[in-house]
Design a protein around this ligand. Structure first.
Ligand SMILES: [Zn+2]
Length: 164
C-alpha cells in the first residue's frame, strides 16, 4: 500500500464542481445571440472567447442557429470570394480616402480612447462613400440587423465552428 495515500483531506476526493459562468455574462451572451450577432462578435462584445462561448451556450440552453442558410448566402455572395484579405483591403481604402474614424455617427461618442471603424452601409463595398464612422458596439448592431434582414454575411467567412 503506498504510504500517504490515506492522509489526504476529505475535500480532495470531492469531484470538481463544473465551471460556473458569470450570470451577467450569460445574459449578455443570450441577448447578443438573440440580436443576431455571430459567435465572433459576441466574443468581442462580451469580452470573452469563442471557445468559452462554445461551452457556455449549450450549458445555459442557448441554442445555436444552423449555419447552413447564412453560409450558402455567403458563398453565393461574390463579395467574399477574396476572403478576409479583400474585406480588409476595402476598409483600408476607405480609411486612406476618408481618414481614420475618430467618433461614432450613430451614438455620437467621440471618446478618444474608444475604437471606431468604417462600417459598410448597404453592401456597396467598393464605394468609399457607402461607409459610416461607427463605434464597435454600434457597428456590430448594424451588421446584426442587416444580416437579419438580408440573410447575408457582413463579414467574410473565416472558417471553423466559431464563425456561425
Ligand atoms: Zn456608437
Amino acid at each position: 500500500m503506498p504510504k500517504g495515500i490515506y492522509d489526504r483531506a476529505p475535500s480532495a476526493w470531492k469531484p470538481k464542481p463544473k465551471k460556473d459562468y458569470d450570470p451577467a455574462l450569460v445574459e449578455k451572451v443570450r441577448e447578443l445571440y438573440a440580436a443576431g450577432h455571430t459567435m465572433r462578435e459576441i466574443a468581442e462584445l462580451a469580452g470573452t472567447t469563442v471557445k468559452i462561448l462554445q461551452r457556455l451556450m449549450p450549458r445555459h440552453g442557448i441554442t445555436r442557429r444552423t449555419a447552413a442558410k447564412r453560409d450558402q448566402a455567403g458563398e453565393r455572395n461574390h463579395m467574399w470570394r477574396g476572403g478576409e484579405a479583400k474585406y480588409q483591403a476595402l476598409h483600408l481604402r476607405v480609411e486612406t480616402a476618408r481618414g481614420k474614424p475618430q467618433r461614432c455617427s450613430c451614438c455620437d461618442t467621440d471618446d478618444p480612447n474608444g475604437k471606431y471603424e468604417w462600417a459598410n452601409l448597404s453592401g456597396h463595398y467598393a464605394d468609399i462613400h457607402d461607409y459610416a464612422r461607427l463605434c464597435i458596439p454600434c457597428h456590430r448592431r448594424l451588421d446584426a440587423r442587416r444580416r437579419a434582414v438580408t440573410g447575408q454575411r457582413t463579414m467574410p467567412p473565416k472558417g471553423g465552428e466559431g464563425d456561425v
